[in-house]
Design a protein around this ligand. Structure first.
Ligand SMILES: Cc1cc2nc3c(=O)[nH]c(=O)nc-3n(C[C@H](O)[C@H](O)[C@H](O)COP(=O)(O)O)c2cc1C
Length: 215
């Protein structure tokens, strides 16, 4: 697959089929993840795959509770503003995030990423994104989530048997599954609106109103 196609079309794919992800594909996803950079090449990461229905059933209620906390707290003003202004893009993201929570147990594969000695999490996200890109290459959709670790990190680690007192923390969790819908280019604010050259606020020197890769 073309690298740019993968970069432009790897999106949060939360509507997926229950079909299992073949073991060879899981292997390729994790092998790609561990090629990623980390500060000082410390590789202070661990990945834990979950495909056991019983484990998912224990995590699902925690995930829904965590998302509820986020939606009723931090996200509430954003949701209310989106409802008042009819901002369908934001409302769709929230609806899609709710779908993931409501269907947590039906994702065929979850990947938990753990970090140690990485307070900013800067050393884990390259590997997680590599895992998502590798999944994309096999037609597997993914969605990166952080609410479980944010609101129920300790309980999640207990359920997953993570050793205590060793400094491990949940960084994030990724759902994987074959999408029910189609791949599309992620709509974003164009690069020239969020980039500068030499001095903050000075034009970057080009304008890219449309994505430079199209299907
Ligand atoms: C650090 C981080 C945390 C995220 N946490 C969650 C989450 O807890 N739940 C969720 O459904 N999506 C989560 N997302 C996914 C974002 O909502 C998604 O990437 C964004 O809406 C863009 O989606 P798109 O690529 O389909 O346009 C997270 C993404 C990032 C980068």
């Amino acid at each position: 697959m073309d690298l740019f196609e993968a970069l432009y079309t790897t999106r949060a794919m939360r509507r997926v089929k229950p079909d299992p992800i073949p073991m060879e594909v899981q292997e390729r996803i994790l092998d790609a993840a561990v090629r990623a950079p980390s500060a000082g090449n410390t590789q202070g990461w661990r990945f834990l795959l979950v495909d056991d229905q019983e484990v998912k059933a224990r995590l699902g209620p925690l995930y829904r509770d965590a998302l509820g906390t986020l939606f009723e707290g931090h996200y509430k003003p954003m949701r209310e503003r989106a409802e008042a202004t009819g901002d369908t893009r934001t409302l769709n993201v929230l609806r899609s995030a709710r779908h993931l929570a409501d269907n947590f147990e039906s994702y065929p594969l979850l990947m938990f990423a753990f970090i140690r000695n990485d307070p900013g999490g800067g050393s884990i996200y390259p590997s997680v994104w590599s895992a998502q890109l590798a999944a994309r290459a096999f037609g597997v959709g993914s969605a990166l989530t952080s609410v479980l670790g944010l609101f129920h990190g300790a309980e999640t680690m207990r359920i997953l048997g993570v050793p205590e007192g060793k400094g491990w923390q949940v960084a994030c969790m990724v759902t994987f599954g074959y999408p029910t819908g189609r791949w599309g280019v992620a709509p974003r604010r164009p690069a020239h609106e969020v980039s500068f050259r030499n001095q903050w606020g000075d034009p970057v020197g080009f304008e890219t109103p449309e994505p430079l890769w199209t299907p």
